[in-house]
Design a protein around this ligand. Structure first.
Ligand code: NDP
Ligand code: GDR
Length: 361
């Protein structure tokens, strides 16, 4: 019998990579997808299997983290061996604009899943992974951050995830469930959402390179992050559910760069040398022809900022033998290459008089 995994947030960056990874391990993979007016399955289309065929191992269910009835129904039907709770309103800046919804989906949504497991009597069968985050550290109390560093979240997103973290620990301790938190630092890829800073940068630089856009507008250029590749991080999510005992782990590279560094390194990949001038809201990035291609727009500043994050992944290395396989430079190069390809493809399609619906101007 194949093991069954249920992934919430399967249409997201991690959901797509994890589904692919688990299918490769022979799992039957079930995913929860919320109703949207368009398909919104771009990241998982290559995994789709016609439900009319025999031996289908990839199955989608309609459900929502804010709707207990759907979660209970799906878990009852699937009887999963493992649940990966990746669904979330995951954008920190947006959480300031939609704080209540963020709490409902990210905090209470996690409680709904844990309660569903309990109500259905699956505490001993179903293992639970919670997508916790380095945003829990927020205003950092220690450098680098490990499993024992105190939390100090700085956004409605971080606070919602703090609840989700502790309710996962609480259900483990109260009901003997195998439930654990992966405290993951930022991880990126060519399928990262377009409004997170890395993807925003690689997408814009590709367009600037091809003359499709003049300038890239960013917020806090000094913010520092510990950026890894999503493929390395989903492998770790699975590893965390294969242990004898459930434990929480920090997953990070242990190296940090600023947003400015990211822009400089990504630009080099496409042959653009950036010189930085000015500071704060007046900072600009100038290319070798003297053209300003990066400006600061205070619209992208957050009401409270997380200035610096740097993870200490020693526990994951020592206990699970996990080390990231993809370097920062390889990550940036891959993202840059993919965004350049998409922009080139879009230009060609447009030149032929067609519309490319999957590319946003
Ligand atoms: P994405 O934003 O790419 O994906 C989020 C997923 O959650 C999407 O499938 C989205 O669906 C789904 N979702 C959002 N709200 C609901 C809802 N109410 N009901 C059902 N599904 C919903 O995030 P990532 O893949 O990058 O991250 C995965 C998880 O890991 C998230 O919980 C995130 O907070 C957490 N995390 C991410 C890190 C990172 O650097 N990527 C680091 C640490 C933690 P839709 O496609 O319809 O929007
Ligand atoms: P983050 O990622 O908030 O760390 O959350 P994001 O890429 O949005 O921001 C990283 C840093 O870059 C600064 N920044 C900008 N950010 C965005 N989005 N757009 C800009 O124009 C811009 N300019 C500067 C931000 O201020 C910030 O300091 C991500 C998400 O995936 C979360 O779900 C996850 O939990 C954490 O990573 C770990």
């Amino acid at each position: 019998m194949n093991k069954k995994a249920l992934i919430t947030g399967i249409t997201g960056q991690d959901g797509a990579y994890l589904a692919e990874f688990l299918l490769g391990k022979g799992y039957e993979v079930h995913g929860i997808k919320r109703r949207t007016s368009l398909f919104n399955t771009d990241r998982i289309d290559h995994l789709y299997q016609d439900p009319h065929e025999k031996h289908v191992r990839f199955i989608l269910h309609h459900g929502d983290m804010t709707d207990s009835s759907s979660l209970v129904r799906i878990i009852q039907q699937v009887q999963p061996d493992e649940i990966y709770n990746l669904a979330a309103q995951s954008h920190v800046a947006v959480s300031f604009e939609e704080p209540e919804y963020t709490a409902d989906s990210d905090a209470i949504g996690t409680l709904r899943l844990l309660e569903a497991i309990r109500i259905l009597g699956l505490e001993k069968k179903t293992r639970f992974y919670q997508a916790s985050t380095s945003e829990l550290y927020g205003k950092v109390q220690e450098i680098p951050q490990s499993e024992t560093t105190p939390f100090y979240p700085r956004s409605p997103y971080g606070v919602a995830k703090l609840y989700a973290y502790w309710i996962t620990v609480n259900y483990r301790e109260s009901y003997g469930m195998y439930a654990c938190n992966g405290i993951l630092f930022n991880h990126e890829s060519p399928i990262r959402g377009e409004t997170f800073v890395t993807r925003k940068i690689t997408r814009a630089l590709a367009r600037i390179k091809l003359g499709m856009q003049e300038c890239l507008y960013l917020g806090n250029m000094n913010a520092k992050r510990d950026w890894g590749h999503a493929k390395d991080y989903v492998r770790m999510q699975w590893m965390m559910l294969q242990q004898e005992e459930a434990e929480d782990f920090v997953i990070a590279t242990g190296v940090q760069y600023s947003v400015r560094d990211f822009v400089t390194i990504a630009a080099k990949e496409v042959g653009i040398e950036i010189t930085w001038q000015g500071e704060g809201v007046n900072e600009t990035g100038i290319d070798q022809k003297g053209k300003v291609i990066v400006r600061v727009d205070p619209r992208y500043f957050r009401p409270a900022e997380v200035e610096t994050l740097l993870g200490n992944p020693t526990k994951a290395k020592e206990k699970l033998g996990w080390v990231p396989k993809i370097s920062f430079e390889e990550l940036v190069a891959e993202m840059m290459r993919e965004d350049l390809n998409s922009a080139e493809k879009y230009t060609l399609i447009k030149q032929q008089g067609y519309k490319a619906y999957d590319y946003k101007e």
